[in-house]
Design a protein. Structure first.
Length: 272
């Protein structure tokens, strides 16, 4: 059982996550204090480096957060460098073919499950401290969660074959890119897009795979009812934008109300 499955089983509810699109340790610190479950470290679209990703993994783990790196691409170099940062989850974007996902899984798993390179000096393997390196590698094979991002028409069409791949733990639905793939850019609530998402969730659940999705907070209940295991509801950028707009609106309207810390609900104890 990987760490994501263990956390879901312990909490008996979907996990709640937010993303870091920038190297933002204070934001990660805040997520830990507020009881968020999962930190998404974005490397596909952002300029976060592997060294910074490792730092964010280290900070998040110290606060009790599960950490996920969305890697830049499926190249072996990208998979290995991200894996050595020691995240709990690796997510492959644009997982558009069975072959691409199979390569991703192979690069991320140690032998005999895959072909991940032998390296005994990274955070992922505790820098070589502890039991034998072979035992550490097998523990990583068991604990590391691998997700393939289903965000194109091609990936939806192959969702069953992708989910059947040994060593893959689940899928991550990308409504934004999926809407563009259908020629409906930004229309994530369009019936065509929603049908594709629902069909893919059903395929994954039939095969016992985990399902993650990025959605607006208003969509949490809908996707939790659908059986989604991990819901990402925002990022450091969206939180900054929202807070900035609220502050300026209040200021221009004649005053700003300060929110006391005790008014913020503990998210970890609030069911989705």
């Amino acid at each position: 059982m990987n760490k994501v499955q263990s956390r879901i089983e312990a909490l008996r509810r979907p996990l709640l996550g937010l993303a870091c699109y920038t190297y933002n340790p204070p934001f990660v610190d805040m997520l830990g204090h507020l009881g968020v479950d999962v930190l998404w470290i974005e490397m596909e679209h952002s300029h976060i480096s592997f060294a910074q990703a490792a730092d964010l993994c280290r900070i998040g783990a110290g606060l009790g957060l599960l950490t996920m790196i969305r890697i830049p691409d499926a190249r072996r170099e990208s998979v290995l460098k991200a894996a050595e940062c020691g995240p709990d989850i690796l997510d492959l974007p644009m997982a558009n073919s069975v072959e691409a996902v199979a390569g991703f899984v192979s690069h991320a798993r140690f032998a005999p499950e895959g072909t991940r390179g032998f390296f005994a000096a990274s955070r992922a393997v505790n820098y070589g401290f502890g039991p034998g390196i072979a035992d550490i590698q097998q523990a990583i094979n068991e604990e590391l969660c691998l997700l393939a991002q289903i965000e194109t028409r091609e990936a939806v069409a192959q969702a069953g074959e992708i989910c059947d791949l040994p060593g893959l733990d689940g899928i991550f639905l990308g409504p934004g890119d999926l809407s563009s793939s259908f020629g409906l850019s930004g229309q994530t609530s369009h019936p065509v897009v929603l049908q594709a998402l629902h069909d893919t969730v059903r395929v994954a659940r039939q095969r016992g795979r985990l399902v993650a999705i990025a959605t607006a907070p208003a969509g949490i209940e809908q996707w939790a009812a659908e059986g989604v295991d991990l819901v990402f509801v925002g990022s450091d950028i969206s939180c900054l934008k929202g807070g900035l707009l609220e502050t300026l609106s209040a200021a221009r309207g004649g005053g700003r109300r300060e929110v006391a810390a005790q008014e913020v609900p503990p998210l970890a104890t609030k069911p989705l």
